[in-house]
Design a protein around this ligand. Structure first.
Ligand SMILES: C[S@@+](CC[C@H](N)C(=O)[O-])C[C@H]1O[C@@H](n2cnc3c(N)ncnc32)[C@H](O)[C@@H]1O
Length: 282
């Protein structure tokens, strides 16, 4: 756990650039964002008018995927890059799906404002035996796994749903996400589930849209979270040889849509792809 002074210093040093967590919060209608984030969000929306809908699509996929995992009987969740608390937090969705309240959630983010707010939210409304938020870097799987183990909230010998939702587009290929994902897949117990989604540049409607998506990536170079978009093929490798649950790796709105799903009539317009896979028995 980081101390108060350290947390304050981390927050202060994160405010000179927009952050992915706070920009996402803005588009989802939250109020944990700053002028620098809002100005950046407006610039994004000018270039990619549906960007807010893409972010809502990601958040909705998270909710449906977590509900599905809980209904399949997986009760432990590790949510890496959990972001700022907002509607549809993993522990809320999991508790709703399993009213016997036997689910456990560890939230992890490396964004100090997100971590501070997650900690506050949990202190107010969650069950400290079942829920916690920690600072951690997805790029350091061994270290991060020790932190998760140290919380005492999750039994890593049992199946876990590892959630990495709307995060991988902030991990460039030069950070070697293949090895990072392979390390997590290796450490998870058989029967574990992997929930992944990210933004895609696949099948843009026009050259104009292709250029707008390229510009979007360029804009993010000036935030705390530069990244890259990926096609379905480029993304599929993060599931390794795990068995994809139905309907596979698809445009996110096509993954078990419900009555609220944005783009459910035309999933390929969403620019978000996602899927859930299960670790086979050895
Ligand atoms: C767009 S938000 C997604 C929030 C949440 N997962 C959701 O789907 O609603 C991306 C989050 O990933 C976090 N993030 C990016 N790189 C990370 C890293 N290396 N380790 C941990 N978190 C990271 C950001 O701070 C941000 O909160």
């Amino acid at each position: 756990m980081i101390g108060h002074d350290e947390a304050l210093r981390a927050v202060e040093s994160s405010l000179d650039r927009p952050s992915a967590a706070r920009v996402y919060d803005y588009f989802l209608g939250g109020d944990t964002n700053y002028a620098i984030d809002r100005e950046f969000a407006h610039k994004l929306r000018e270039r990619v008018p549906l960007i807010g809908q893409y972010m809502r699509t990601s958040r909705q996929f998270l909710g449906r995927a977590v509900r599905h995992c809980a209904q399949l009987g997986v009760t432990q969740f590790v949510d890496i890059g959990s972001g700022l608390p907002t509607a549809g937090n993993v522990h809320d969705v999991a508790d709703e799906a399993r009213p016997q309240l036997d689910t456990r959630v560890v939230y992890i983010d490396n964004e100090p404002v997100a971590l501070a707010h997650s900690t506050l939210l949990l202190a107010d409304s969650a069950d400290p035996d079942r829920h916690c938020a920690i600072a951690g870097d997805m790029l350091k799987p061994d270290e991060l796994w020790e932190l998760v183990r140290g919380t005492g909230v999750i039994d890593l010998r049992q199946p876990v749903a590892l959630v990495v939702n709307a995060v991988l587009h902030f991990i460039k290929d030069d950070a070697d996400p293949d090895s990072i994902l392979a390390a997590y897949r290796e450490m998870l117990a058989p029967g574990s589930l992997l929930v992944l989604s990210q933004m895609t540049n696949e099948n843009p409607r026009s050259d104009e849209e292709r250029q707008a998506l390229t510009d979007l990536v360029a804009y993010y170079e000036h935030t705390t979270n530069p990244g890259q978009l990926r096609t379905t093929d480029e993304f599929a490798r993060f599931f390794g040889d795990w068995e994809l649950l139905e309907p596979g790796l698809v445009y996110a709105p096509a993954w078990h849509p419900d009555g609220h799903t944005v783009f459910s009539a035309a999933p390929s317009e969403s620019r978000v792809i996602g899927g859930v896979a299960r670790k086979p028995a050895p």
